[in-house]
Write a protein that binds this ligand. Structure first.
Ligand code: UDP
Length: 192
């Protein structure tokens, strides 16, 4: 994997397969964020969010805006790594290794439906819990306790930008999942 520096951040340049392998073979916890053009705008106004991105273990280039920004600097990402394609690829590899997954975020019922559909499309996928991103997040202690009690290896947080990345950064010391990742509206998308 190599890195391309854009917007003051080191973005990862690599193929989906390389990044998935790197994440799943890591011994240390990894917090992953996706950066698209919208995130760049939010970052300029929200220092908590900007800090969450600059302290993330991996920032992945998501979308044409980031690709163009690299091009203006004479650089090129190996692959565009948007959450919609990358996350299922990560979960397929996770399923093959028997790793467990927790789906956090979106309106009540959405994560459950996304889980049902993911399990149909990825045989062997172990989803050990779901929790909505509204009432389910009201009591932060309860949310963290419930997530940790399910013992997921991977925590997928679909709470939107900037909340998901700020939340994962702030609570990183208390979350036991080995990989945490903010994925925007992915659960809405997956649930149909
Ligand atoms: N969301 C949530 N809790 C909140 C706000 C948003 O779970 O307090 C969810 C929302 O239901 C949606 C996702 O976060 O599934 C992403 O929302 P949005 O489209 O606003 O974010 P983006 O895709 O721009 O990151």
């Amino acid at each position: 994997l190599s890195q391309i520096r854009l917007f003051g951040l080191d973005l990862v340049s690599g193929t989906t397969a390389q990044v998935v392998h790197d994440l799943l073979s890591s011994d240390t916890p990894r917090r992953v964020a996706f950066l698209n053009a919208h995130c760049g705008n939010v970052m300029a106004k929200d220092t908590t969010y900007a800090d969450a991105l600059s302290t993330a273990d991996m920032v992945l280039p998501d979308g044409i805006g980031v690709e163009l920004a690299a091009k203006f600097c004479g650089k090129r990402f190996a692959e565009n790594l948007n959450g919609t394609d990358f996350t299922p690829a990560l979960l397929r590899a996770a399923a093959a290794q028997g790793l467990s997954v927790y789906l956090l975020g979106a309106r009540p019922g959405v994560a459950e439906e996304a889980a049902r559909r993911l399990c149909l499309s990825i045989p062997g996928l172990r989803i050990v819990g779901t929790r909505d991103g509204y009432d389910g997040m009201a009591d932060e202690e309860a949310a963290i306790a419930a997530i940790n009690a399910a013992r997921p290896d991977i925590l997928i947080a679909a709470l939107g930008v900037p909340m998901q990345d700020a939340w994962l950064a702030r609570n990183a010391p208390r979350l036991t999942a080995r990989i945490t990742m903010g994925v925007g509206a992915l659960l809405d998308f997956l649930s149909g």
